[in-house]
Structure formats: structure tokens, C-alpha cells
Design a protein around this ligand. Structure first.
Ligand code: DHK
Length: 146
């Protein structure tokens, strides 16, 4: 249904490797598994998701701008390691009038010190982290209420 509000679900570097990448940290679900569950939940919530992944920082900037230009309801953003490095993504979030929920499978604050800084979190409306694939589901439930 074309008129359901669109929620972008943007995923950064190495998240295409979910399922086999450090499963003790990121779990066994693939990104496609997560997308399937989000699609089902989106139907129940009366929204639709547009889920994407890229290993390239500029793609994430482009997609955040696109979400703004097309009037997306919200963005769920797991920027992967760019979370901790990217002022460009921080600025892109600030530059659009779309609420962003920062999402992480793991809890970066329990991990290495270099993950304790989040340029995404400093621009986002809120953060959900540490619940594995359920972090995405919790974020979708929150975003559907915006
Ligand atoms: C994913 C990554 O790829 C890491 O670089 C972040 C995040 C944490 C996650 O838990 O989803 O530090």
C-alpha cells in the first residue's frame, strides 16, 4: 500500500555480514532475517519500511538526505563503525527534518572505549542498543508512533 508512512532502515558497514560476523556479539540472524521480521511488524503497525545496507559512508549520507526529501516518517540507523567516526553522518542527520533512532545490536558502552563515542547518537532523537535483532523491532515500534 503506497500510502503507508515510510520508515527508512539504514545499515552501515559490515552489517551485510550478519549471521557469520562475530555471532557471539551480533547474533546469528542475517540482515535479511531482520528485514523479514521488520516487514511483518511494519504491516501490523500500518507503516512500510525501506531497508538498505552499504559499506560506504556517502551512501548513508545520500539516503539520509533522501529520507528528508521524500518525507519519510523516521529513520532507523545502524551506521556500524561510522557511528563512532562520521561527522558527515552526524551533519546529515541534523540537516533533515526526520527523526532518527540510532540502533545497535550490541551495547557499544560495554565494549571497547573507541565505541563509547557516538556521533550518530549526538544527533539522533534516541538510541536503542544491546538487544540484538530485537533492537530493530523496538526501534520500529517507537518510530511508528512518531
Ligand atoms: C555495529 C557495528 O558494526 C559496530 O561497529 C558498532 C554496531 C556496533 C552494533 O552493535 O550493531 O560499534
Amino acid at each position: 500500500m503506497a500510502d503507508r508512512p515510510i520508515i527508512f532502515v539504514l545499515n552501515g558497514p559490515n552489517l551485510n555480514m550478519l549471521g557469520t560476523r562475530e555471532p557471539e556479539i551480533y547474533g546469528h540472524d542475517t540482515l535479511d532475517d531482520i528485514a523479514g521480521r521488520l516487514e511483518d511488524r511494519a504491516l501490523e503497525l500500518g507503516v512500510q519500511i525501506d531497508m538498505r545496507q552499504s559499506n560506504h559512508e556517502g551512501h548513508l549520507v545520500d539516503w539520509i538526505q533522501e529520507a528528508g526529501a521524500t518525507g519519510a516518517r523516521a529513520i532507523l540507523l545502524n551506521a556500524g563503525a561510522f557511528t563512532h567516526t562520521s561527522i558527515a553522518i552526524h551533519d546529515a542527520i541534523k540537516g533533515v527534518n526526520v527523526p532518527v533512532i540510532e540502533v545497535h545490536l550490541s551495547n557499544p558502552h560495554r565494549r571497547e572505549a573507541f565505541r563509547h563515542i557516538s556521533y550518530v547518537g549526538q544527533a539522533a532523537k534516541g538510541t536503542i542498543a544491546g538487544f540484538g535483532a530485537a533492537s530493530y523491532m523496538l526501534a520500529l515500534d517507537a518510530a511508528a508512533g512518531f
